[in-house]
Design a protein around this ligand. Structure first.
Ligand SMILES: Nc1nc2c(ncn2[C@@H]2O[C@H](COP(=O)(O)OP(=O)(O)O)[C@@H](O)[C@H]2O)c(=O)[nH]1
Ligand SMILES: [Mg+2]
Ligand SMILES: [Zn+2]
Length: 306
């Protein structure tokens, strides 16, 4: 009797038109989903980058996915669907961390956008790391007054210069052993930083990268790259579009501001939206200097657009 070949474990690094590129202990294999594994309501979300799978090897370079392991986390966007429903689109499975990259100059940082990215990370229950790149271009103290606001409420902030190598080791340490995506406005140095963190990666940067993306509708996270010898994985994203499409329910929004949480539940009204209601604990927190007025203002703006 011939016994079935043993199943291999792998991580999906790239998914494209029904083909999955999977990292295993035996190298990268190109796989398809076994017909049986395909069944289900949302085929597109059945296997995405970051998923851990069990597969059978077919040839030297190919295999077939037998099973997708349960996800411990996922990063998805919700898009409005017909009749007030929301459509969920899983972008990365098992994501541990969103790395939010801004530059201290060229382009100037926009803290409103930092707040938006943080809310998306919180809504997905994923850790956030803020990286302030290009510190070679500006006065340290000035940027620190902007980003201290985030350190104070518990977000880690790394000051970096991909050009001069500052902060690169600190970033590498935070990318080890976990799955991360890089996001932030275009031109802040995401790809350059990743190339510095992981020599040999050779992601396109600057003008080359602009030319590559011009006119192309790149809305999906393309690929996970192994970092730190494969203990971690990281995806580069071309810019903002991925996260810009997010919708968050109004009553979920206050929980996406971690510094509001100690005050939630103490408002005069159960359904307080923390706008102009009397006896609002969040607004009292702002008045008492425990919540940054800037962050509170970001909350009001986001609530107005959800
Ligand atoms: N001065 C300076 N320029 C940088 C630094 N990091 C990246 N750049 C430049 O910023 C431009 C955009 O970088 P890129 O990595 O393509 O940005 P991305 O769009 O966020 O991926 C390129 O011309 C880089 O050379 C840095 O630390 N300091
Ligand atoms: Mg780039
Ligand atoms: Zn309130």
């Amino acid at each position: 009797m011939i016994s079935a070949p043993p199943l291999l474990d792998g991580t999906i690094l790239r998914a494209q038109s029904g083909f999955y590129y999977i990292r295993t202990d035996d190298g990268i294999l190109e796989c398809r989903l076994r017909g049986r594994a395909k069944r289900g309501p949302r085929e597109g979300d059945l296997a995405v980058i970051g998923d851990r799978v069990k597969l059978t090897r077919l040839t030297e370079a190919t295999g077939v996915i037998e099973q997708v392991e349960p996800r411990h986390a996922k990063f998805s966007r919700r898009q409005p669907g017909p009749g007030g429903t929301a459509r969920e689109d899983v972008m990365v499975a098992n994501l541990d961390q969103v790395v939010i990259v801004f530059a201290c100059a060229d382009p100037m940082p926009n803290p409103r956008l930092v707040d938006r990215f943080l809310v998306v990370a919180e809504a997905n229950d994923v850790e956030a790391l803020i990286v302030v790149n290009k510190v070679d271009l500006c006065d340290d103290r000035e940027v620190r007054t902007i980003f201290d606001r985030y350190t104070r409420i518990g977000y880690p902030v790394v000051y970096a210069s991909a050009r001069e190598g500052a902060g690169v080791d600190a970033m590498r340490q935070r990318l080890a052993g976990r799955i991360s995506i890089f996001t932030g406005p275009s031109g802040v140095g995401k790809s350059t930083l990743l190339n510095a963190v992981q020599p040999g990666l050779r992601l396109a940067t600057g003008d080359v990268s602009e030319a590559l993306h011009k006119g192309r509708h790149t809305t999906t996270v393309a690929e996970l790259h192994p970092v730190d010898g494969g203990s971690g994985y990281v995806a580069d994203t071309p810019g903002l579009r991925e996260l810009g499409l997010w919708r968050i329910e109004g009553d979920e929004l206050p929980w996406c501001f971690p510094e509001f949480r100690p005050f939630l539940g103490s408002c005069g009204f159960n359904d307080c939206r923390h706008l102009d209601e009397p006896r609002c604990a969040v607004r009292r927190g702002v008045d008492d200097g425990e919540i940054s007025p800037y962050r509170y203002d970001s909350y009001r703006r986001m609530l107005a657009t959800t």
